[in-house]
Design a protein around this ligand. Sequence first.
Ligand code: GAL
Length: 640
Amino acid sequence: MQRTLGTCYYPEHWPPEVWTEDARRMVEAGLTWVRIGEFAWSRIEPSAGNLNWQWLDQAIKVLGQAGLKVVLGTPTATPPKWVLDKHPDMLAVDEQGRPRKFGSRRHYCFSHAGYLEECRRIVGLMVERYGQNPHVAAWQTDNEYGCHDTTISYSDAARLGFRKWLRDQFSTSGQNDGVEALNQAWGNVFWSMEYGSFDDIDLPNLTVTEPNPSHVLAFRRFTSDQVVAFNLAQVEIIRAHSEAPITHNYMGRITDFDHFKVGADLDIASWDSYPLGFLEDRVGASTENQRRYAHQGDPDFQAFHHDLYRAVGRGRWWVMEQQPGPVNWAPYNPSPLPGMVRLWTWEAFAHGAEAVCYFRWRQAPFAQEQMHSGLLRPDGVDAPAIVEARQVAEEMKLAPQVQPARAQVALIFDYEADWAWAVQPQGTGLSYFGLIFDHYRALRRAGLSVDILPADAIDFSGYALVLAPGLMYMPNGLKQAFADSSAQVLVGPRSAARDTNMAIPVPLPPNFPGLDVTVARVETLRPDMPVPLKEGGAVTGYLEKLEGAAAIVMQTTMGAPVAMQAGNVTYMGGWGDDRALDILIGDLCAQAGVATLSLPEGVRIRDTACERFWFNYNGEAVATEAGNLPPAGVLRVDIA
Ligand code: GAL
């Protein structure tokens, strides 16, 4: 597989006179790709039906003739004002029932049929015009589904859609015959919440106290399906006129829709990586780490998403937007340490990215992102990132093409489990994403390369260790596949804790074949009340009382079982802190025959089929067994 670089460009922001020179400089910097168009609807169609393609024809021609490949974005994240005037009820509505307003972007509700038609129309016109254009080498649908909290909408359109969706799920005749089944599955006898018809069912906002968790989980599934359908509508139109691959640019720690389902309809997954922007809010780094990594980003957060989106893209994925310098939207917006833009780029390639594109080409001196850096300054002078991009482009010439390799360790990530935890966290700050990321970090501290798998994967051949913590609903087929596999398997806490409608199953969880463990009770604890373990480390936040005859492999200092094992399956009945997870994963790796390392803080590795990459996220040099790693340093070592 070839590695390539690119950038995000907005020809509509600059006079046509500079396009040629911009294109020449992009090629000179070693870039292959240029993504354009995704916010340009008001220039393509300034008023209803009044189409102006000439400028875009010209921009594509200039970029293409310079030798660049164009990724053309559909402009549906930014409907112009006239679209809203035509469909005044197309806005997403927040949980308080307030419509979002015009004046930024993503001001639409995924459920609005009229807006969907507008999207079909503009995408159709675009792909009819450019579907066979030799310079258009890939498509991007919309821009960042879920950005700015825009997935979940409590609009009238969503209410209608939700009722239909429920009917489809529960009714056999398409009428009200399934409503009893719904009442039963959700337990609506509780508090007299029973419905007589699907048309009685409202959206789960503005209730007096918490709504039924089954109701909320169903609404979250419906919401996700609306994103899938919205995306598929565009994909079908593009495919009818173009053979170029289609992608969407996902985000960091956005879990409001099932990316695996959206990804199943696309050719390539891509994501937008802003390591410094993410550090505080998305990573939830400690104050100490926010200082320590302020100029580098979290050492595991990018890697996690690289691995996640490799799975979402079924092996094919890109970084569509790579932070090049300070951004404008985080609580604080520091500069990257010299070398970090290069490090982030190589890290993406080490995880299998086909392309890394920098956002954006030239900093815009106007509007919302005027403080967001680019590869060029607003005056067109080189900004520091372009120097590092050029360096990577040079280095790529010497690096062999990358052959991805299957990791020895797999970690299951499931969007529905994230919704289930969000619907019922049972304690402040407890999230599925947080639990999964803690496990991922522990694996990386042990020097392991990780594959992320969706929850419907049932073929674990080739893996020595598979982890599925927190996977609240586990179909019997998955439990059996775990029991049958030759891998060591780690599940819990909260794995298999609910049925598919969010009720506690009886027999009580986890109810695994061959594993005599029962979760008899659950408690959650303040973060400053860790429960120390005899083996070292502690359980924090979430603790289960385990009963049964399976072997105890971890226990509290008071002797209560915390992790239990039978055969190849280990159940962990608590949220281990870093030390506890290091011990548990170390033991399981030893049992699975997986070699581990003890990496210095801030140093991480990633293996491809024939290379081992070493990355130093520290601001100081670090000595490693592979040699001295300078600050923000990268080492690429050939392996047999
Ligand atoms: C992304 C978005 C871009 C731009 C960028 C700024 O989330 O896709 O359009 O806003 O952030 O960092």
